[in-house]
Design a protein. Structure first.
Length: 343
C-alpha cells in the first residue's frame, strides 16, 4: 500500500470518527475541537489553495486543533503562560473580570499593555486570561504562512534553475505542513472562544454574590457540559448545517475577534437556564442543538478567519530583504535571496 493511499484511508477514518454520535473523548478538548477544524476545512471557499481542500487536510487540521491542549504539562514558565491563553473571563456586562476591566472593544494593542492595565486596576492577570490575543497572534502567524506559500509557489513555477526550483518545491511542501498545523492552532483558540465557559467569570458554575435565577454553582458544570454530554451529542452533519454563511468582506482582525467573543458571552445565561431546566442530561434534544450550534459558530468563524488570512496575504511583504508578494506573483521580482537568506 503506497503512502498516499494509506493517508487517504486514515483521513477517511478520521472523518467517520468525527461524525459518529457517541465518541468517548474529551469534547472541546478533543472531539469538539476536532469537529470545528474538520467542518471549517470542508467549507473553505474555492479560491484557497487546493491542498487545503482535501479530506486529508481536513483530518489533519482536526487533529492539530487539539494541539494547544496537548502542549500542557511542559512545566514553568510554559504552562502558566500558555494555559491562560484558552479563556478570557468577562462579567455579565462584557468587561474583563469586573467593572474595573476593559471591554473587548477597548483591548490595548499589545498583550503586555493588557496585562499592565489589568494589574493597575488591581486584577489578577492569570485569572483574567488572554484568549483574544491568542486568536489574533495565531491568525497573524497563518497570514505569514500564506504569504510565504504564495511566493514559493510562484517562484517554483518560474525558476529555470533546477536546483533552485527543487529548493522552492521542498520549502513549499514544508510550508504546507506548517499551514495545516497553524490552522489547527488557530482553530483551537477560535473554538475555545465559541464555548460559553471560556468567555465568562461563570466558567464553572454561577459565580459572584448575586444569583437571582438560582443557577447551579456546581464545580462540575464546565466539565460535564464539554465532556461526556458534548461527545454524546455532537454530529458533523448537524454542525455543518448550522454554520453561518461566509462573511469576510471588510474583515478586521481585532473587531472580528471581539465580536466573536461577545457573541459567545451572550450564550452564557441561556446555557445556565437550559442547565437548570435539565437540557444537558442524557441526550436531551435541546442540549444537543445548543452544543452543535456552538460548535458551528466556531467552525464558521474559523472558516472565515482562514479565508481572510489568505486574502490579506496577497498584499503582504515577506523575507529579508523584503519582497512584495504581488510583485513576485506577477513575475517582476526574483525572491531567491529573500527566501534563502543573504548569508
Amino acid at each position: 500500500m503506497n503512502r498516499q493511499v494509506k493517508r487517504l484511508m486514515i483521513s477517511a477514518a478520521a472523518l467517520l470518527l468525527v461524525a459518529a454520535p457517541a465518541v468517548q473523548v474529551e469534547a472541546w478538548g478533543s472531539s469538539g475541537h476536532r469537529v470545528i477544524g474538520v467542518a471549517a476545512m470542508r467549507h473553505l471557499p474555492g479560491d484557497l489553495p487546493a491542498f487545503l481542500r482535501t479530506a486529508g487536510a481536513a483530518a489533519d487540521v482536526g487533529e492539530y486543533s487539539r494541539e494547544p491542549d496537548r502542549w500542557k504539562g511542559a512545566g514553568q514558565p510554559h504552562d502558566r503562560e500558555r494555559d491562560t491563553a484558552h479563556f478570557v473571563d468577562m462579567d455579565d456586562e462584557g468587561r474583563v473580570m469586573d467593572a474595573r476591566g476593559m471591554t473587548m472593544a477597548d483591548l490595548p494593542r499589545l498583550k503586555s499593555e493588557y496585562d499592565a492595565t489589568l494589574i493597575r486596576a488591581g486584577l489578577d492577570v492569570d485569572k483574567a486570561g488572554y484568549l483574544p490575543y491568542a486568536i489574533m497572534d495565531a491568525w497573524q502567524n497563518l497570514e505569514r504562512d500564506f504569504a510565504y506559500w504564495r511566493v514559493l509557489t510562484a517562484a517554483e513555477a518560474r525558476e529555470p534553475d533546477l536546483a533552485k526550483q527543487a529548493w522552492y518545491r521542498a520549502d513549499r511542501e514544508r510550508r504546507e505542513q506548517l499551514i495545516l498545523r497553524d490552522i489547527g492552532v488557530l482553530s483551537h483558540f477560535v473554538g475555545d472562544a465559541s464555548q460559553p465557559h471560556h468567555t465568562t467569570i461563570h466558567f464553572n458554575g454561577w459565580a459572584g454574590e448575586t444569583n437571582p435565577e438560582g443557577f447551579t454553582k456546581s464545580r462540575r458544570t464546565h466539565g460535564d457540559f464539554e465532556g461526556a454530554f458534548t461527545s454524546r451529542t455532537l454530529r458533523l452533519d448537524a454542525v455543518e448545517a448550522a454554520m453561518a454563511p461566509p462573511n469576510v468582506e471588510g474583515f478586521d482582525l481585532r473587531a472580528r475577534t471581539a465580536s466573536h467573543l461577545n457573541a459567545t458571552l451572550t450564550t452564557v445565561i441561556p446555557f445556565y437556564r437550559m442547565e437548570k431546566a435539565g437540557a444537558f442530561k442524557d441526550a436531551d434534544p435541546r442540549g444537543a442543538v445548543f452544543v452543535n450550534e456552538r460548535l458551528a459558530a466556531g467552525a464558521s468563524e474559523l472558516r472565515d478567519f482562514v479565508s481572510a488570512a489568505w486574502r490579506v496575504s496577497a498584499n503582504s511583504s515577506i523575507g529579508w530583504p523584503a519582497v512584495k508578494v504581488a510583485e513576485v506573483e506577477a513575475g517582476r521580482v526574483d525572491p531567491w535571496t529573500s527566501m534563502v537568506g543573504e548569508d
